[in-house]
Each structure stands twice: as C-alpha cells, then as structure tokens.
Design a protein around this ligand. Structure first.
Ligand SMILES: Cc1cc2nc3c(=O)[nH]c(=O)nc-3n(C[C@H](O)[C@H](O)[C@H](O)COP(=O)(O)O)c2cc1C
Length: 182
C-alpha cells in the first residue's frame, strides 16, 4: 500500500476544532482514560510534568464550574465530562508552566478528536478560580485555569463554523520561507 501523502497524513490534526455544545450521550470511561493518558504523556519543561488531571463527570460539579466561569465556560453547560488541569502556583514559573499546560490541553483536544469526540477549552476567569478550587478540593498550592469539556458533539456543533478553508488565515500570511517577507 502506498504511504499517505503528507497532507493526508496530518489531516486528522486539521480536523481538531473547538466544540462548545454536546449531545446528551455519555462519554465511554475507557475513552476518557485514553485521553488522560495522551495528556499525561505530553512533554513538559525539564520533564517536570507539573500538571494533575482531574476527570470530572459529575453533572452538578460541571454545572457549578459552568456557572462560575461564564461566559468562557459555556461549553460546560452540555458537557458530560471534562478534564480540569491543575497546575502549581509557582511565583516566577508562569511562562514555562503555561506553555506546559497548553501542550497538554491541545493533546486532550487531539485525543478527543481521534476518538470521534469533541472537546473545548474553557479558561476559568481569575475571580472564579477560588470557587473551582473548592469544587475540586484542590490543595492550596494548585489552581485550575483550563478545563477541557469533552463529549459527543451536538449536531449543530458538527456543522462547519465557516466556509471551507476560511477558518484560518491564508497560508501566505502565516508561513514564510527562510525569512520574514520584505
Ligand atoms: C489559551 C486559550 C484559551 C481559550 N479559552 C477559551 C474559553 O475560555 N472559552 C472558549 O469557549 N474557548 C476558548 N478557547 C478556544 C478558542 O476560542 C478556539 O481555539 C479558537 O476560537 C479556534 O477555534 P476552532 O479551532 O474551532 O476554529 C481558548 C483557546 C486557547 C488557545
């Protein structure tokens, strides 16, 4: 069999989009575990693995995070599950930690998409973080900024959000050869 051409090989990554509305169907626990494994195998600065992943399926907890984190957390209104990424509170470590957190969050989106699920990042606003910390019983030295909602996309959220090829800037505006264009 011919190997796929490079464009086709990376196409599953191009299909990873933000899903903010889910059908009522529950997420298979094995799928959530597989997504968590993909996340914990993310690379991190000095392999420090600063994250802890909380798998949340309790609808009342999801609903409370949704309410505390509106409007950013609107995807949690219908999500049957979510992964909250608990990061250390480390003064001065902000950029490296945020970078690691983003890498793990993106892996969660990718893994969900590979399992034909949808996922969406919700950033918890600073003022809502103490509420989320309490809901998730976090220790004092941890906080949650990113909650990734996970579920089966609703019919509406499966529909394209924009015309084909228009959801991102044109390639010529973003990708340059060798040096910044004159
Ligand atoms: C750092 C970061 C924070 C984000 N926070 C939120 C958020 O709080 N709520 C939300 O609905 N989407 C959030 N998003 C999702 C972006 O809006 C989404 O990635 C962007 O609109 C592209 O969506 P698409 O891939 O479906 O085109 C966040 C994305 C990133 C990278």
């Amino acid at each position: 069999m011919e190997p796929p051409n490079p464009t086709d090989a990376v196409r599953p990554l191009l299909r990873v989009r933000q899903v903010r509305e889910f059908s009522g169907e529950p997420v298979d626990p094995a799928a959530l575990d597989a997504i968590a494994d993909a996340a914990r195998w993310s690379g991190s600065s000095q392999n420090s693995q600063p994250w802890r992943f909380l798998l949340v399926r309790d609808r009342s907890t999801l609903g409370a995070i949704h309410e505390a984190g509106l409007p950013q957390a609107r995807s949690l209104a219908t999500a049957p599950a979510a992964i909250a990424i608990a990061m250390p509170q480390r003064p001065g470590g902000g950029i490296a930690l945020a970078y690691d957190e983003g890498r793990a969050a993106e892996r969660i989106l990718i893994a969900a998409s590979l399992l034909d699920l949808g996922a969406g990042i919700a950033w918890i606003p600073t003022e809502a973080r103490p509420i989320v910390a309490e809901l998730l019983s976090l220790p004092d030295d941890r906080f949650v900024r990113t909650v990734v909602a996970i579920g089966h996309p609703s019919d509406g959220s499966r529909r394209p959000k924009s015309k084909r090829g228009e959801a991102r800037l044109p390639r010529a505006e973003v990708v340059f050869e060798e040096r910044w264009p004159a």
